[in-house]
Design a protein around this ligand. Structure first.
Ligand code: ZN
Length: 222
C-alpha cells in the first residue's frame, strides 16, 4: 500500500458480488521526456489503431462475450415479467457483463500503460461507430463504455507520469483548415501535431489552430 487510506467503499454489484474500492494518495512518477507521439483510433472492429497503422484486434473473449450477452438479452426479453425465471436470467446476465468488464479493464490497463510509457502525447480520436451490423446497439453501448474507460485510464496515467492526452473529434474539420487564410489543407493523421499551410505558409500547432478556428465567433462545420 503506497499510503494510508482516505476512503473505503464497499458496493454490492447486481451480479451479487461485493466490490471494494478505496482512495490512496500516489506519488507522481515523471518519466523522461520523449519525442514520440501516437494517435489512437478506437473502433468496434479493433481496440485501437495507432497512427503507424498498427491494429490491436479485440481479444476472443470480447467477441464471444458479445454473442453470449446478445443471446441472454434475447432470453431475458422472452421471460414474462413476474415469472420466477426472470430474476435468474437477470443475475446470469449481470455476471457475464461483470466478467467481461473486468477482463476488458485489465486489458485496457495494460494497453494504456504501454501507450503512456512509450509516448509523450497520446491523441485519442473519439469513438468510431461506423460499420456496425449485428447486435448494433449492444455493440455500440459496450464500445462507448470501453472508450470512456480507456480515456479515463489514459488521462490519469498521463497525469501521473507527466504525459499528455489529447482528445479530438473525428467530425471536427478544424485540423484541416488554416486559421490564417482559411485554406483547407486536407485531413492530417493524428500524429501530425504541427503543420505548415500549403497556401499561405503559416506554421500551425494543430491544437492552437483548431482552437482558433473553433472559437465562438468563428464556429462552422463542414
Ligand atoms: Zn493558410
Amino acid at each position: 500500500m503506497p499510503s494510508s487510506l482516505t476512503s473505503f467503499t464497499l458496493v454490492k454489484e447486481c451480479s451479487g458480488r461485493y466490490c471494494a474500492s478505496f482512495v490512496v494518495e500516489v506519488e507522481e512518477i515523471r518519466l523522461p521526456w520523449t519525442a514520440r507521439e501516437v494517435g489512437l483510433d478506437l473502433g468496434l472492429e479493433s481496440l485501437a489503431v495507432g497512427s503507424d497503422g498498427e491494429k490491436i484486434a479485440p481479444p476472443k473473449f470480447l467477441r464471444s462475450a458479445l454473442r453470449t450477452i446478445g443471446r441472454l438479452q434475447g432470453s431475458l426479453n422472452r421471460k414474462a415479467k413476474g415469472s420466477s425465471n426472470r430474476p435468474k436470467a437477470r443475475l446470469l446476465m449481470a455476471r457475464v457483463q461483470e466478467k467481461v468488464a473486468n477482463q476488458r479493464l485489465d486489458l485496457f490497463h495494460k494497453l494504456s500503460t504501454t501507450y503512456i510509457r512509450e509516448n509523450q502525447t497520446v491523441v485519442l480520436e473519439d469513438l468510431n461507430v461506423a460499420g456496425l451490423s449485428r447486435n448494433r446497439r449492444l455493440a455500440k453501448s459496450i464500445a462507448d463504455a470501453g472508450w470512456r474507460m480507456f480515456r479515463t485510464l489514459l488521462e490519469y496515467k498521463a497525469e501521473r507520469y507527466g504525459r499528455e492526452v489529447v482528445v479530438v473529434s473525428r467530425w471536427e474539420p478544424t485540423s484541416q483548415r488554416c486559421s490564417s487564410c482559411g485554406h483547407r489543407d486536407g485531413k492530417k493523421p493524428l500524429s501530425i501535431r504541427r503543420w505548415t499551410c500549403s497556401a499561405c505558409g503559416a506554421a500551425h500547432d494543430r491544437d492552437i489552430n483548431a482552437a482558433k478556428i473553433s472559437s465562438p465567433s468563428d464556429r462552422r462545420r463542414g
